[in-house]
Design a protein around this ligand. Structure first.
Ligand SMILES: C[S@@+](CC[C@H](N)C(=O)[O-])C[C@H]1O[C@@H](n2cnc3c(N)ncnc32)[C@H](O)[C@@H]1O
Length: 182
């Protein structure tokens, strides 16, 4: 989690909802709230975050509530126990950073249990991805559940990287998958 990723998170927000009025947004993994803050210029209609760590929520949620002028709900639980009505959100951002070795299996379960059923037809799904190529397992999962998806490259400029930058690359993808009508 880095505030330095605000330009990247702004791209996720733009591709997800810039052309959608009053979008209902679900974010999975509140973290520092960097993505949530980038939604503000697009005036979402509602924002729901799912975050299991109460300490993170205590620190970050007040800042998000003052940044967004819409209904804000923060559910203190893991996404694995999330229950929302089917077809109830316009956009989903998934960014949980699971432990090494679990990432792709978790991703597939997330798409099956949450992203595909809870997005409305035409709704958009995005997720954090560090690097320039999606793993084949993720591409396969997207192919199975979404009729169309793209991955936009994004590079953080060197002067945006803090001294404590610990990731192996400044290259990212901003994937956007769109749910079909059936
Ligand atoms: C990399 S941070 C998210 C950064 C955030 N997108 C931002 O813009 O600041 C990952 C977050 O996912 C949360 N998380 C981990 N496991 C989760 C789970 N099973 N369900 C929901 N959130 C989870 C972590 O507690 C952490 O706050």
């Amino acid at each position: 989690m880095f505030f330095a990723e605000s330009g990247l998170m702004a791209e996720h927000a733009r591709h997800l909802i810039a052309d959608r009025a009053s979008a209902r947004v679900l974010e999975v993994g509140l973290g520092l709230g960097v993505f949530a803050e980038q939604l503000a210029p697009y005036q979402p209609g509602a924002y729901v975050a799912v975050e299991p760590h109460a300490g993170v929520v205590r620190l970050v949620a007040p800042r998000i509530r003052s940044a967004l002028r819409c209904e804000v709900a923060v559910l203190v639980q893991p996404w694995q126990s999330l229950e929302l009505p089917a077809s109830s959100v316009d956009a989903i951002m998934y960014d949980t950073w699971p432990p090494e070795g679990h990432a792709d299996a978790d991703f597939t379960r997330f798409v099956e249990r949450v992203a595909a059923p809870m997005l409305r037809p035409g709704g958009r799904f995005s997720f954090f991805h560090s690097g320039t190529r999606l793993p084949e397992a993720r591409a396969r999962t997207l192919d199975q559940h979404f009729p169309g998806w793209v991955a936009h490259p994004h590079r953080l400029p060197p002067d945006a990287l803090p001294a404590a930058w610990a990731k192996p690359t400044a290259d990212f993808l901003v994937p956007i998958a769109v749910k079909g009508n059936s």
